[in-house]
Write a protein that binds this ligand. Structure first.
Ligand code: FE2
Ligand code: FE2
Length: 210
């Protein structure tokens, strides 16, 4: 029998090391005000966005990306779920199974976020791409545009991996958090939905948190 997951075993050391980069990102392009909008609407999405940012930046460092690209990753991760500010809290926090209508509404958050930031203007196209496409999967089964591998940029793939991992290790209203290696195993079982080479490169980030 597997031991119950002890939350205190989850190390945030890697994430804390990236805090200066995150704080810098909050000052850029009014990102801070959008993050504040998310925080006021739904604390869970706010905490999730910070967690995704920590994992995404740690991942970018493992990939030895240039500082400029690491910064871009941080901005994209902080903003990726800004569209959830338009989704009612009772749907975001619903403990049970979502109805088809509720699921359809949740699946609009990438488009809502993209439209919001496009209207503000000034955001690089790569970041808008991450906001709109972080739920796309390489086999075409994602949303909102059912893109396939060749249409999904590396930056988006990196955010997607950090996003799915974060969601699995977080407590959610409908399930408890999973231990990091178990979460990683679930992602490996996703097969051709995720970029296998990138997932392998993500393993050390997972091991650092376990
Ligand atoms: Fe999302
Ligand atoms: Fe997310």
């Amino acid at each position: 029998m597997e031991a119950p997951h002890n939350k205190s075993s989850f190390s945030f050391g890697t994430l804390e090391a990236n805090t200066p980069l995150i704080l810098e990102a909050l000052d850029a392009w009014g990102i801070g005000s959008w993050i504040e909008t998310v925080r006021r609407h739904h604390g869970g999405t706010y905490r999730h966005s910070l967690l995704v940012t920590g994992f995404a930046v740690a991942f970018a460092q493992k990939l030895k990306m240039r500082p400029k690209d690491q910064q871009r990753i941080a901005h994209a991760a902080l903003l990726h779920d800004v569209g959830k500010s338009f989704i009612p809290i009772d749907i975001l926090d619903k403990p049970g199974k979502l109805t088809d209508d509720e699921m359809e509404l949740i699946r609009k958050h990438p488009r809502y976020g993209y439209d919001l930031l496009t209207q503000q203007g000034g955001f690089p196209v790569e970041i808008l791409d991450c906001v709109l496409h972080h739920h796309e999967l390489l086999d075409g089964s994602g949303y909102p545009d059912h893109l396939r591998a060749a249409q999904i940029a590396d930056l988006v793939r990196i955010i997607t991996i950090a996003d799915i991992f974060s969601a699995l290790v977080e407590d959610r209203p409908y399930r408890q958090s999973l231990p990091p290696m178990k979460a990683f195993g679930i992602m490996e079982d996703m097969g051709n939905k995720l970029d296998g080479d990138l997932l392998n490169a993500f393993r050390p980030v997972v091991e650092d948190t376990a």
